[in-house]
Design a binder for this molecule. Sequence first.
Ligand SMILES: Cc1cc2nc3c(=O)[nH]c(=O)nc-3n(C[C@H](O)[C@H](O)[C@H](O)COP(=O)(O)OP(=O)(O)OC[C@H]3O[C@@H](n4cnc5c(N)ncnc54)[C@H](O)[C@@H]3O)c2cc1C
Length: 384
Amino acid sequence: MDFQLNEEQRMFQDLVHDFVAREVKPRARDTDEKGEFNWPAVRKMGPLGLLGLEVPEEYGGAGVDPVSAAIAIEELGWGCGSTALAIAAHNTLALGPIVKYGTEQQKQRWLPALAGGHGQLACLGLTEPGAGSDLQGGVRTNAVIEGDSWIIDGSKMWLTNASISDVMVLLCRTDRNPGSRSLSQIIVPSDSPGISIGPPEKKMGLKGSPTHAVTFDEVRVPLENLVGEEGRGLHQTLTTLDAGRIGIGALAVGLAQSAFEEAIKYSKERETFGKPIAQHQAVQWMLADAATEIQAARLMVYWTAWLKMEKRSYTKSAAMAKLFATEVSERVCRNAIQVHGGYGYSSEFPVERIYRDTRLMTIGEGTSEIQRLVIARHILTEVN
Ligand SMILES: Cc1cc2nc3c(=O)[nH]c(=O)nc-3n(C[C@H](O)[C@H](O)[C@H](O)COP(=O)(O)OP(=O)(O)OC[C@H]3O[C@@H](n4cnc5c(N)ncnc54)[C@H](O)[C@@H]3O)c2cc1C
């Protein structure tokens, strides 16, 4: 059993950490306050491989292993929740299905521009006004065949990156029966006629990560834009979400680490009753709990990424890692504010923003309740 990162992973971690410390973290407050996407940093990410983490090099990606990919998202989360969410969604949710299920022709057509140095982004559209946790029963966006095209009608909600993406991967109903083989994934260029992108959602946090509702009115794309098999969209989406959950777990660990570091720093500076608050046992306990929980969460995320790297089944582990890491992050960020006292409630200190940002992590890419459902299903079938 070897718990050490290999040389390549360590070097990649250092590279990403330095980049984030220089280009992402210093702008995190501005990104949040102005609600502006950090394009200046994202445009520099292509050459570092951050826009095509697990995309094979032959298609212009970095081709890093899943542990390195998780580390990259964790580092981005440490720097800025908004930027990290956009990059995680681009990599795991949107590029993931093209890499895993796309035809050779689709990979050659779409991946080099999206994964390389062109600064193009993509998004994945699953959620709808009536479909979030229950995609199978809820998805109403239809795609029907007319000649050599799919005609897509419907609306999606909460699409991360929608307004800054060149390409959308959509989960559409291709069979009116509600069964598990009624949905398919289809690639849709964002400039297709008939697409309307709504205004940015007004959110509690992650304000520099654009989120939009999108409507599709007789949007026509070639039949060859079907990803994978017709009718296998739900299965492909659930597999995509397994990988996405490693990313969200990693992002949550990064956010927690950042809040923890702020709490340590503040606890050494602030004095009450004649000594730094770090010397009060109650504060030490919050810090000790945070350190312990972050370590456990990180190990679960890395372990799941390792399972993926070894091509072993990781659905249950991904649900556990996402559930644990995101709930740990919420506790750690909550207590980081506590350590700051009144100042923690002020936007002058980063912990206020990080707390707002991490709140999404127990909701997006499957709520905590859905993770528990996935875990319970697995353990109940394993032990029968
Ligand atoms: C900032 C942000 C970014 C997002 N980005 C994207 C994106 O890029 N692409 C995309 O497609 N979607 C995206 N989403 C949507 C997100 O994935 C969904 O909000 C999430 O999956 C939950 O779905 P819902 O909101 O419809 O909640 P619902 O499914 O309506 O759930 C409501 C509540 O009921 C609970 N619940 C539901 N079913 C069960 C059950 N069977 N057992 C127990 N409890 C249950 C849930 O856990 C939750 O507490 C984003 C959302 C946000 C807020």
